[in-house]
Design a protein around this ligand. Sequence first.
Ligand code: HEM
Length: 482
Amino acid sequence: MSTYTLPIAGLLPFPTLFHAISMALSSFVIYWISWIVYSLCSHPLHSIPGPLWAKLSRTRHLYQIYRGDFEKTQIVLHRKHGRLVRIAPDEITCSDPEMTSEIYAARDPWSKSKFNEMFNVPLSKYPANFPNTDELLHTSHRKIVNAPYNMSSVLTGQRYVDTCMQTFLDRMDRYAQDCEVVDLGEWLQFFTFDVVGELFFSSPFGFMDEGRDCGDWIASIDLLMGIFFIGGAAPWYMKPFVVPSAMVASKKTRRAMKGFTAEKEGLAVNKDMLEKFFAIKEEKGEQVDFLVPEIEGECFSAIFARSDSTAIALRAILYYTMKDSSVYSKLIAEIDQATASGIFSDPVQFAEAIQLPYLDSCAKEAMRLFPSVAFAMPRVVPRGGALVSGSFISGGYVVGMNAAVVHLDKDVFGEDADIFRPERWLEEEDAGRMMRYMLHFGQGKRSCTGKNTCCFLGFPTHAGNPDGTKNYSSSQNANPEV
Ligand code: HEM
């Protein structure tokens, strides 16, 4: 029998090649038809509502993350579909505030999903606290580093914050005197990075001195963050394309970390955070296996994700308070009154700033409306399954709750939950109840280790110096989203 050969295909005789292609195509079509029927009709999550594309493929979830408006889509989806929404074939999000205490429990919380593993930069043989999906390992590791993060320890860094605060206020003064327009969002990010540099390494990054992202730290971290989120959410077959770019992008940060730690080794005088970590290493490092690589991991996570979350929170607080003139006037009146009563030092200290109830309410309200982490924090349903907002979900599937969605719940935060109204936090009986459902720092056992650090450096910023606020006028463009 004669055969034809395709010059480009070269190796296979035509009928064989034709058969191979049609076999591949028909297998593909059969696979997809079976998958569509299974996913929509008999998959354990088939009864959970959601967009059709999300029920069939993770690529929709990935696309939303890539666009960067994940939380906006999620708010719309929950308004349309209710408490539970299927956002990927094996993943749902839940907007029921009552589920926060079970999913993110203080004891035996649901474990973190594989999404989080992407955030691990292999500096140490153990995963850092944030990406650790092994609850037992996490419990023992978090205990080791808890002490430097507790409030009394963090407060010993007040003078580091004071130095940066003074630089920040000097720069703002100069802009005010020259009547120059300033991008406050950018400056708040410079401020946060410099404070984290001071607190952790007694050495600011120099952003405020130079007035720019010197060394491209912010740009590298932005890039890395995008890669981590996309890599974490990507289906398994796409991960090999993302993981190598994360390794390359994180190289610079890892190198810098090694530089910092090399300088500090043997210098455990317990001043900045890095020295506090070295003090732990000296005291019991061998015993609990907390050595230089583990210290590098700890510092990496502080710089990498945390300076950014703190900057976002500061931007949100200033944006919302400056945008609403009645809120702004009330806040200034409160600061003026505190100044007149002589409770403020120069610069204002954390312990003084937290005495201002309206300032406190503005901070909570901004973090409610614009949480820095506006992403559903994914957790794995325990073996045996669980009732999630009235629906049974089998073990092994992923459920997440997004602060940006839960914080708009009208049953908890009131009919006007969509608007910025700090006064709601001063209405005594509601405040405690609302706080129970706030997810801005996560909740329970895996909640934010750095929340004291972040509150500490955020509060005096808003109080400024005793007479600083009167020098500046605001435009309404300091949008935290930009
Ligand atoms: C406004 C500033 C900050 C915000 C809004 C924030 C938010 C969060 C959230 C929502 C989580 C929980 C994530 C989850 O459950 O999946 C978290 C965890 C974490 N945060 Fe923060 N964070 C901030 C600042 C910081 C700072 C300054 C540090 C370190 C110095 C830090 C260190 C951590 C760590 C280590 C975890 C993981 C805790 C664990 O799993 O045990 N954060 N943060």
